[in-house]
Write a protein that binds this ligand. Structure first.
Ligand SMILES: Cc1cc2nc3c(=O)[nH]c(=O)nc-3n(C[C@H](O)[C@H](O)[C@H](O)COP(=O)(O)OP(=O)(O)OC[C@H]3O[C@@H](n4cnc5c(N)ncnc54)[C@H](O)[C@@H]3O)c2cc1C
Length: 327
C-alpha cells in the first residue's frame, strides 16, 4: 500500500486532495485483506475507478482501493468484463466482436466496475438494459456471489450500489448483447444527426463520439464530472402546470408515465450559463456540467451547485439532485 498519495489522478474534477493509503489489487484475497485491515484499524475505505463521478470534499483518511483487473470474456452473446476495464474500451471491444447494444453508451468515462453504481446511461440506453448479473464481494460477510440484475434496484442514475455504498464491491459484470444489430434512435437529436443514411452500429458509435466530443468538456483539459445534476422527474399534473407557464420547456414522457425535464434548460433559463464563482463555473456549452478552471475546491463547486439549486427552485419550484457521489 502506498502512503499519503495524491488523488489528483483519481478525480476528474482535479481537486488537490490526498489519501492516507492507496492500494492496487488484482484478486479477491488482496481485496479481503484490505477490508479486514480497514475494519481492524477503524479506517474508512473506498473502491475507486477513474474518479469521474466523485467529489472529494477533503483528504481521505483511509484506504482508496483501485481494482487492476482487465479480463473480458465472451460466451455466446454474453460478455463478462472485470471491474478495472475501461468502459469505452468495452464498448469498442463488443462492436469489434459483432455484439451490439452498447454503441449508444460510447465514450462515457470510467470503469466497468463503476458502471452499475449509477446505472450509467446516455442517448436512450442505460447499463440496466443489458445487465444479466454482477459478481460482487460482499463486505458484510466477506463472501463472493452473483447478484442478478433484478436484485440491483436499477433506476435512473441509481442502484443498490449507490444506495448502500461500500456494502458490495463489484468484481465483474455480465452483459447480454445482441448478435443482430437493432438501431436505438430513441434520442431525437441522434436520430436527426443520422437522418437520410443507412444506420450501422459503427455509425451510431461514431455519431455519439462526435456529439459528446463537441458538447462535453474533456476532463483532462477542464476538470468536471459530467452532468452535475440529475434531470428532475415530475408528475403529469406538474408537467401540465409547467407547460402552461413555459411552452418551450423540454419535457419527456417516461415509461412509468412520469415526465423528465432537461435540467440544463432550467439552469440556462435562470441566466446561469457560464456563471462563475472563482474557478468553479457552469460550463458555457452545456450548463448541466460544472467545471473547475484550475484552482476550484470541492466547497466552491458545492457552493456554486447550491446557488443553482436555489435559483431553479425559486423560479420553477423544482429541486435539482446532485448526481456525483460526495465523499
Ligand atoms: C465528461 C464526463 C461525461 C460523463 N457522461 C456520463 C453519461 O453520459 N452518463 C453517465 O451515466 N455518467 C456520465 N459521467 C459520469 C461517469 O462517467 C460515470 O458515473 C462512470 O460510471 C464513473 O466511472 P468511474 O470509474 O470514474 O467511477 P468513480 O468516479 O471512480 O466511482 C464512482 C462511484 O462508484 C464506486 N465504485 C467504483 N468502482 C467500484 C467497484 N468496483 N465496486 C463498487 N463500487 C465502485 C465508487 O466508490 C464511487 O462511489 C460522465 C463523467 C464525465 C467526467
Amino acid at each position: 500500500m502506498q502512503h499519503n498519495v495524491s488523488l489528483k489522478p483519481f478525480n476528474t474534477f482535479g481537486f488537490t486532495v490526498t489519501a492516507k493509503y492507496l492500494a492496487h489489487v488484482t484478486n479477491i484475497e488482496q481485496l479481503a485483506d484490505i477490508v479486514q485491515f480497514a475494519n481492524k484499524n477503524n479506517l474508512p475505505y473506498l473502491v475507486i475507478g477513474s474518479g469521474s463521478n466523485v467529489i472529494f470534499t477533503g483528504d481521505f483518511a483511509g484506504i482508496i482501493t483501485h481494482l487492476d483487473t482487465n479480463k473480458i470474456t465472451i460466451n455466446g452473446t454474453q460478455i463478462t468484463a472485470e471491474a478495472g476495464v475501461n468502459w469505452h474500451y468495452l464498448v469498442q471491444f463488443s462492436l469489434a466482436n459483432q455484439l451490439y447494444g452498447l454503441e449508444n453508451l460510447a465514450l462515457i468515462p470510467g470503469t466497468v466496475g463503476a458502471s452499475p453504481v449509477q446505472n450509467i446511461g446516455a442517448y436512450g440506453a442505460q447499463f440496466a438494459d443489458f445487465c444479466s448479473h454482477i459478481k460482487v464481494f460482499d463486505t458484510k460477510n466477506m463472501q463472493t456471489y452473483d447478484l442478478e440484475a433484478d436484485k440491483c434496484a436499477f433506476a435512473y442514475r441509481d442502484s443498490i450500489f449507490k444506495q448502500y455504498p461500500n456494502r458490495w464491491i463489484i468484481l465483474n459484470v455480465s452483459l447480454n448483447l445482441h448478435k443482430k444489430f437493432i438501431a436505438n434512435l430513441s434520442y431525437t437529436p441522434l436520430k436527426q444527426h443520422l437522418a437520410h443514411q443507412p444506420i450501422t452500429a459503427l455509425k451510431i458509435f461514431n455519431a455519439i463520439c462526435e456529439i459528446r466530443n463537441n458538447k462535453l468538456p474533456n476532463p483532462t483539459i477542464l476538470g468536471n464530472a459530467g452532468s452535475f445534476f440529475k434531470n428532475p422527474v415530475v408528475t403529469a399534473n406538474i408537467k401540465t402546470e409547467l407547460q402552461a407557464k413555459y411552452n418551450a420547456i423540454p419535457i419527456y414522457k417516461q415509461a412509468d408515465n412520469s415526465y423528465k425535464i432537461a435540467a440544463a434548460w432550467l439552469i440556462e433559463q435562470c441566466g446561469l450559463k457560464g456563471y462563475r464563482l472563482g474557478d468553479a463555473a457552469v460550463y458555457q456549452h452545456q450548463p448541466l456540467v460544472l467545471v473547475n478552471y484550475g484552482a476550484a475546491t470541492a466547497q466552491e463547486i458545492l457552493d456554486l451547485a447550491n446557488i443553482i439549486q436555489n435559483k431553479v427552485r425559486a423560479k420553477f419550484g423544482i429541486s435539482l439532485d446532485i448526481e456525483p457521489i460526495i465523499i
